[in-house]
Design a protein around this ligand. Structure first.
Ligand SMILES: Cc1cc2nc3c(=O)[nH]c(=O)nc-3n(C[C@H](O)[C@H](O)[C@H](O)COP(=O)(O)O)c2cc1C
Length: 205
């Protein structure tokens, strides 16, 4: 089973991150979880979860409005949390293995720091490590409209090998619920990670 790094930052879109965390764990993958301070503000505002960064209640994150995965693994994966300034965490070094990193949701601030190589916290550093080691890095930004600075940072990140996967759900699968829209984005992230998890119907099938 794989070992992913999932970083939640302070852009709108907490439901995407919670669903992704649950899907990865349900599918049997281990997750190293990183949370920014602003992510806790968004979790509180958007889903009413109060998260203590010193000791987050991982069970509460995993159980929040959980929808069991059809293809669930026999053994769920494990979640390990690292605080933002813990540069002793394995994800701070390229010598520790990782199957890929997802920053979801990704604020424009974190996007800028990653694109400019400013490794001032563990999220930025882990992303920097994924780029330098040529490992998969997926960022899921959310902002509208976009400034020239945002666009330049996205281009920079793409050129450096990252995948910019904006939280822009499509409507061609005829969603009827918010869960359908969330699953559209989480499904596309899983596709990028090379996981065969089908959350929404695929076009043409
Ligand atoms: C409820 C809420 C929603 C926010 N939504 C966004 C957003 O969609 N995109 C964004 O770039 N910043 C958004 N912000 C602002 C970021 O949280 C802020 O720039 C923060 O410094 C980002 O820090 P981080 O990248 O370390 O998480 C939001 C803030 C709050 C409190």
């Amino acid at each position: 089973m794989a070992n992913f790094v999932l970083a939640m930052t302070g852009a709108s879109g907490a439901p995407y991150a919670l669903r992704l965390l649950q899907v990865l764990v349900d599918a049997g993958h281990d997750v190293q979880l990183l949370l920014s301070h602003a992510a806790t503000r968004v979790l509180s505002a958007e889903v009413g979860l109060e998260v203590d960064l010193a000791q987050p209640d991982l069970d509460a994150l995993l159980k929040f409005q959980r929808r069991p995965l059809a293809e669930a693994a026999q053994c769920p994966g494990q979640v390990r949390y690292h605080s933002l300034l813990d540069f002793n965490a394995p994800v701070a070094s390229g010598s520790a293995p990782s199957s890929g990193m997802i920053v979801c949701p990704c604020s424009m601030g974190t996007l800028a720091s990653i694109a400019q190589g400013i490794s001032s916290n563990l999220i930025h550093r882990a992303a920097d490590v994924h780029l330098k080691e040529r490992r998969k890095l997926i960022v899921v930004p959310r902002e509208t409209p976009l400034s020239a600075i945002h666009l330049e940072n996205m281009q920079r990140l793409t050129t450096a090998g990252g995948v910019v996967l904006p939280a822009m759900p499509g409507f061609y699968h005829q969603p009827t619920t918010l869960d359908d829209l969330v699953d559209f984005i989480v499904g596309r992230i899983c596709d990028q990670l090379g996981l065969s998890i089908s959350l929404t119907p695929r076009w043409g099938t």
